[in-house]
Design a protein around this ligand. Structure first.
Ligand code: PGA
Length: 247
């Protein structure tokens, strides 16, 4: 059995005070404890957020990291630095980083390996654009992203990876992939991992992301291969986020 995982991606939102208020609000709602819960907060909030979630079942995530441990890489944050702050998860290869900050599949691969070697669980994002879907090449695109991301990754560590299938056209747009389409792609992703890495495909957790909200979570989570959600907008509202956790 795969433990469901609901992760909030706060993106570039919330100052320290705002973030701490949101965490207190989240803590104020009863959670059923069935899904693993992660909040991926901005770097500036990691330290305070860690203290605020102490003695809860909420885990701490970052939104990106560099692959080197230290050195002349102005502006970057290393896996060692994240580990020191108690970070357990790190989003890697989010489409916004690929689109606006030149993240490549090669970098994604290096970051995954660095995260795993520091016992940080990567949440690896893959997904196609609207144009690619309309040209019916979405599976080719996602397969390519996956194969490059997993290149040379130690098979024994693959089960620590979480994959988030996020069709780019569904992110922040209010448009969700239908639960059937999401499940179809996610089972394809599982199969692709099986072809490359073997039976670990049944252990690895694969989330759906893209306009997930309380109104559509149940249907998504009811599907055979969907193990959770990576949530942007709705994770910024405590009540909505807890509704998602308690789906
Ligand atoms: P969204 O973002 O839920 O606001 O669509 C999801 C994501 O970018 O991870």
């Amino acid at each position: 059995m795969r433990t469901p995982i609901i992760a909030g991606n706060w993106k570039m939102n919330n100052t320290i005070n705002e973030g701490l208020k949101l965490i207190e609000e989240i803590k104020g709602f009863p959670r059923n404890g069935e899904a693993e819960t992660v909040i991926c907060v901005p770097f500036t909030l990691l330290s305070e957020a860690k203290k605020a979630i102490e003695n809860t079942d909420i885990k701490l995530g970052a939104q990106d990291m560099y692959w080197e441990e230290k050195g002349a890489f102005t502006g970057e944050i290393s896996p060692l630095m994240l580990k020191e702050l108690g970070v357990e998860y790190c989003i890697i290869g989010h489409s916004e980083r690929r689109q606006y900050f030149g993240e490549t599949d090669e970098n994604v691969n290096k970051k995954i390996k660095a995260a795993l070697s520091h016992s940080i669980r990567p949440i690896v994002c893959v997904g196609e654009t609207l144009e690619e879907r309309e040209s019916h090449i979405e599976k080719e695109i996602v397969e390519r992203q996956l194969l490059l991301a997993f290149e040379g990754v130690d098979k024994k560590k693959v089960e620590n990876i979480v994959i988030a299938y996020e069709p780019i056209w569904a992110i922040g747009t209010g448009k969700t992939a239908s639960a059937d389409d999401a499940n179809d792609m996610i089972s394809f992703i599982r199969q692709t991992i099986g072809n490359k890495c073997g039976d670990v495909k049944d252990k690895i957790r694969i989330q759906y992301g893209g306009s997930v909200k309380p109104e559509n979570i149940k249907e998504l989570m009811g599907k055979s291969d969907i193990d959770g959600a990576l949530v942007g907008g709705a994770s910024l509202d405590a009540e909505d986020f807890v509704d998602l956790i308690n789906y």
